[in-house]
Design a protein around this ligand. Structure first.
Ligand SMILES: [Fe+2]
Ligand SMILES: [Fe+2]
Length: 181
């Protein structure tokens, strides 16, 4: 979340969404078709290993960019939708409880020093330190996963930098859609 601050209103909205999709992203068959249209088999493995709520979030981000009128070509759409679906794959099912999701973001906003300290320490899953570590590391972690799976360099770069200040038009479009969901 570097470079942007999360409002309390946004956090409460995310809290409700996290409860709604806690166990199931509730994809319709049309939505699953959309995912299948844009991700190959290996990319789908990475997508579906996220927690249901992150799958839902990534889908909404991808759907947002898919209809962005600023996209100029079909290739641009494919690239951005892919990046939207995959941008948070560095968060894997089991990395956060719902409470930890909110605490991590509150800590980042109100206790940035503590956040930075915990972010550099790996701890076993289930702990708040682990949740902070993953929140901070997920862009790079996701990029490494994609690299290992042979994804295109453009997608890897968009995923790796999705919490940095956008340096390209694509990165800006992804960031805006990510902020909306
Ligand atoms: Fe992210
Ligand atoms: Fe995201």
């Amino acid at each position: 979340m570097s470079g942007r601050s999360e409002s309390i209103w946004n956090l409460s909205k995310k809290w409700f969404v996290a409860h709604r999709y806690k166990k199931d992203p509730k994809f319709t068959s049309k939505e699953l078709e959309f995912i299948g249209d844009y991700l190959d088999e290996m990319e789908q493995v990475l997508f579906f290993q996220m927690a249901p709520v992150d799958q839902r979030h990534a889908f909404e981000v991808a759907r947002e960019v898919a209809t962005d009128p600023r996209i100029q070509t079909a290739d641009e759409r494919i690239l951005l939708v892919k990046a939207g679906l995959l941008h948070d794959i560095g968060k894997v099912k089991g990395d956060f409880t719902i409470t930890q999701r909110v605490l991590v973001k509150l800590m980042k906003k109100f206790l940035p020093g503590t956040y930075r300290k915990l972010a550099s320490q790996y701890q076993k899953p289930g702990t708040l330190t682990h949740a902070v570590f993953v929140q901070a590391a997920h862009p790079k972690r996701g990029a490494y996963m994609l690299q290992a799976f042979g994804a295109s360099e453009l997608v890897v770069e968009l995923v790796k930098n999705h919490h940095e200040t956008p340096k390209s038009r694509f990165a800006r479009l992804l960031r805006e859609a990510d902020n909306l969901h």
